[in-house]
Design a protein around this ligand. Structure first.
Ligand SMILES: [Zn+2]
Length: 349
């Protein structure tokens, strides 16, 4: 049994611990844009794989997503049921409960009220999310070890102070290497025209991170001072510069941003990430190609022909009646590659 990643002393017996709180996951992924929990459809896309997770969605939505006859029990168990925002056996019951009682519940309540959110609560709430996403490893980044362990320690002490009020919280904040700017596009994901997105980007220097989490955008630095290193596609420089920084000692500042700027951020991000994804597909196809040569199925002395690779990728994205949730399964890659091998006249002209 692993030890709890927060306190490091008790057994991590909890299953389905949320790395991203359920109420935030619901903003990003509720299938009906209702922001209600357990209705999520999350599509995880990396350069090498696409995985679909579904919560408790109605059967007609399920029907629209998947060809039910081809949906195997194995795929349901090992893919669809696996929530990329949650993890088993990372926290003990006490720490899990403390996260919920002292961070998630009060933050969720206060952020929905018309009053300002308590700055200390907000500070540890966002810090805990970034730290938790990092330990999950499924959000595309890992904090440098020294940063991760400093944030863990502060979080652990914060939860303890919240429980028994044993020490001065301001002192803890002053010694925690964290500050952030928070942007919010209210109800952006409620609009059925928009899709929710979870995307994290650790800067090259690893001194800051930028995250898009549904209606929220955050840039955080692992020091007491804020210095923006956000990529070009995130909001714009003047909006980031002029936004006050949150350092945990005053009420949280949430910078409202308008839907056009937030959707422009999404558009530019997708433009940038397309290249990464296509390069990933090309690497994957080349790897398979070399395997096929090695095993004697294909005779070739080089990389996969470019026109063939692009034909395969185009075919994967094309609308041939395959349902959305079935588009990027291993089986479909297999079928399309076989089709390309058997019909070179399709791409070799
Ligand atoms: Zn614990």
């Amino acid at each position: 049994m692993n030890l709890c990643r927060i306190c490091g002393s008790k057994n991590a017996t909890k299953t389905n611990s949320h790395l991203l709180p359920a109420f935030m996951e619901a903003i990003v992924g509720s299938y009906d844009h209702s922001y209600k929990r357990d209705r999520d459809i999350l599509i995880k896309k990396t350069p090498y794989e696409t995985k679909v997770h579904v919560g408790a969605i109605p059967s007609d939505v399920n029907d629209r997503l998947f060809n039910q006859e081809e949906l195997s029990d194995n795929r349901i168990k090992t893919e669809l049921a696996v929530n990329p925002c949650a993890m088993d056996f990372v926290f003990c019951p006490e720490c899990e409960k403390a996260l919920s009682s002292y961070l998630e519940m009060p933050y969720s309540q206060q952020s929905r009220s018309s009053q300002a959110v308590n700055g200390t609560l907000a500070y540890f709430f966002w810090m805990s999310i970034i730290w938790r996403m990092s330990i999950g490893k499924s959000f595309g980044f890992r904090l440098p070890e020294n940063v991760g362990s400093q944030l863990r320690e502060s979080l652990c002490i914060y939860l303890k102070i919240s429980k028994d009020g044993s020490a001065d919280i301001n002192e803890l904040i002053e010694s925690t290497p964290f500050c952030y700017k928070l942007f919010h596009c209210n109800n952006y994901c409620k609009n059925t025209e928009n899709g929710g997105l979870i995307h994290c980007w650790l800067s090259d220097s690893k001194k800051s991170i930028m995250c898009i989490l549904g209606d929220y955008g955050i840039e955080a630095c692992f020091s007491r001072e804020f210095k923006s290193e956000a990529p070009e596609y995130f909001l714009n420089k003047s909006v980031i510069e002029s936004c006050p920084v949150n350092q945990g000692l005053k009420d949280e500042h949430i910078q409202p941003i308008d839907a056009s700027l937030w959707s422009e951020t999404h558009r530019r991000f997708i433009q940038t990430s397309k290249r990464t994804i296509i390069n990933g597909h090309l690497n994957f196809l080349n790897y398979l190609w070399l395997k096929l040569i090695e095993e004697g199925h294909v005779i070739s002395d080089g990389d996969i022909p470019t026109s063939m690779a692009f034909w395969i990728i185009e075919r994967m994205y094309s609308d041939d009646g395959t349902k959305f949730g079935d588009k990027f399964t291993i089986k479909r890659w297999h079928d399309v590659i076989i089709e390309a091998l058997e019909h070179p006249e399709n791409w070799n002209h």
